[in-house]
Write a protein that binds this ligand. Structure first.
Ligand SMILES: Nc1ncnc2c1ncn2[C@@H]1O[C@H](COP(=O)(O)OP(=O)(O)OP(=O)(O)O)[C@@H](O)[C@H]1O
Ligand SMILES: Nc1nc2c(ncn2[C@@H]2O[C@H](COP(=O)(O)O)[C@@H](O)[C@H]2O)c(=O)[nH]1
Length: 226
């Protein structure tokens, strides 16, 4: 069995994490594991962790580290046959230390996007809450305004995507993400990308992954996803 490739993508709200994660999953066959999607699944299934997580998410707070690690690490340890890209975890140093004690990462992508760009993007972000599918009226609009392409259900805008909430979210992101970024920089696996346009960043990320993901792993992943 070929070795697995394990990567993480980090970035502030609206940085394009979800957008780029989907392109990486499609282009390189990595399993896209979104902590937000995983939490939404647990909330929808009314699990004990989901009920607890919901009380934090509704207040715009991060879910406690021990809840996140207890939820995610067993899921990652089960993935012995598929390379993956983790999106939205780790967000704190405690989460990074728990992840690092559980598995070795090959690469961390960090998106460093200007505040004004984040504000602009989030002001046009619409979400299908049940699936986590993300749209943007300027960048990737739904086929029919206001409804999800797959289910036809209404789209919503998150309260904490509003400009007045973003500055606080961004400050908190920078505070908790900096020690995580420092850990991966020290490990020599951090790659940072800065631009105002995801389509301009994507070719560089794609080239990096083409260089970093061994051909046998990429071929095996693509074969297993088709
Ligand atoms: N690793 C994590 N640790 C703690 N809380 C988390 C984590 N991942 C997600 N959450 C909680 O779940 C919520 C939804 O996560 P999700 O990534 O979908 O949204 P988000 O962080 O607002 O995304 P974006 O960065 O695109 O705005 C977060 O706002 C946060 O409250
Ligand atoms: N106008 C642009 N919007 C973009 C770009 N890349 C992503 N997006 C949209 O912004 C939000 C945040 O992205 P996410 O992947 O972090 O959720 C979302 O609505 C995307 O559709 C871009 O280059 N220009």
């Amino acid at each position: 069995m070929s070795r697995l490739f394990r990567a993480v993508i980090m970035g502030p709200p609206g940085s394009g994490k979800g957008t780029i994660s989907e392109r990486i999953a499609r282009g390189f066959g990595l399993q896209h594991l979104s902590s937000g999607d995983f939490l939404r699944e647990n909330i929808a299934s009314n699990t004990e962790a989901g009920v607890l997580a919901k009380t934090y998410i509704e207040k715009g707070l991060l879910v406690p580290d021990h809840v996140m690690t207890r939820l995610l690490l067993p899921r990652l340890e089960e993935m012995t046959c598929h390379s993956w890209l983790l999106d939205g975890f780790p967000r704190t140093l405690a989460q990074a230390e728990a992840l690092n004690s559980s598995c070795e990462l090959d690469l961390v992508i960090s998106l460093n996007i200007p505040l004004e760009t984040l504000k602009e993007r989030l002001s046009h972000r619409w979400i299908h809450q049940a699936s986590g599918r993300v749209y943007n009226m300027c960048f990737n609009p739904p086929r029919v305004q206001g409804v999800d392409d797959i289910t036809g259900e209404p789209l919503i805008q998150q309260d904490d995507d509003k400009p007045e909430a973003l500055v606080a979210r961004l400050r908190h992101y920078k505070d908790v993400a900096k020690p995580v970024i420092d850990v991966y920089k020290a490990k020599g696996i951090l790659h940072t990308f800065s631009d105002t346009d995801t389509d301009r960043i994507w070719p560089y990320i794609s080239s990096l992954l083409s260089a970093k993901i061994p051909t046998d792993i990429a071929d095996a992943q693509r074969a297993s996803t088709h």
